[in-house]
Design a protein around this ligand. Structure first.
Ligand SMILES: [Zn+2]
Length: 235
């Protein structure tokens, strides 16, 4: 089994599906993580260029902890992510062709900010383009139109999961991977008084209450033709 998770900023996947990705890896799946934006506007005191470099390293460290085979960075600037940039569509199409995923996990189509919504649309569009033989990228076309699962929104707002993954045994790894994003965790605490680790733990616990386990992550499938499947693709 091969899994590709496509998030916007370098810490988004750890927040919403880090436990699930770790569970996939523990079960022997090949896990690939991709962040479209480089997170360069996620701080006031650290300047964008330096922050992008810091956050790239943080994401790579977190990915290793989760058990990902590779962490891809499309290096788009924060706030400039758009589904209408064909270079980005092609870059993501190439990653999909290279990874040949059985399932793609990405942001909910109505998440709380534009860049997240654009990444959701990019994953949807690129996974369709990946099958078009004459839309050429380095790798050959990947004929499968991959089923997509949308991951939870930030703090679970406006998101009702239809599928839950028990991440009780992966919660430690999820939090450890999130802790790798030191630039964000320290900044959020200082600037916004948000304890990110506590928020993520609380949300996982809340989804756990809903599904009868200690900690869980919630998802819902993209139900656009022909993404539906009889396969059970979540771990
Ligand atoms: Zn984000």
């Amino acid at each position: 089994m091969k899994v590709l998770a496509v998030g916007c900023h370098p810490d988004d996947l750890e927040i919403a599906c880090g436990g699930t990705l770790n569970k996939y890896a523990k079960n022997g799946a090949e896990v690939y993580m991709c962040h479209v934006a480089n997170g360069d506007l996620g701080h006031v005191d650290i300047m964008p260029k330096e922050l992008a470099e810091i956050r790239t390293l943080e994401a790579e460290k977190a990915g290793k902890m989760i058990g990902a085979k590779s962490v891809f960075n499309l290096n788009e600037h924060d706030s400039y992510v758009t589904r209408y940039d064909n270079d980005v569509v092609d870059a993501l199409t190439e990653i999909i062709r290279y990874c040949k995923p059985d399932v793609i996990i990405t942001h909910n189509d109505t998440d709380y900010m534009k860049d997240h919504q654009e990444v959701s649309a990019l994953a949807f569009d690129a996974s369709f383009m990946a099958g078009l033989v004459h839309r050429a990228t380095r790798s050959v076309a990947y004929s499968s139109i991959v089923p997509i699962y949308y991951m939870d929104t930030l703090a679970g707002v406006n998101f009702v999961p239809t599928n839950y993954v028990d991440i009780t045994d992966c919660m430690d790894v999820k939090l450890a991977a999130l802790t790798c994003h030191e630039s964000q965790i320290k900044w959020m605490l200082k600037h916004d008084n948000i304890d990110f680790l506590d928020m993520v733990k609380t949300c996982s616990k809340y989804r756990g209450y809903q599904s009868g386990v200690t900690y869980a992550e919630g998802f819902r499938p993209c139900t656009v033709y022909p993404r539906m499947t009889t396969k059970h693709l979540l771990p």
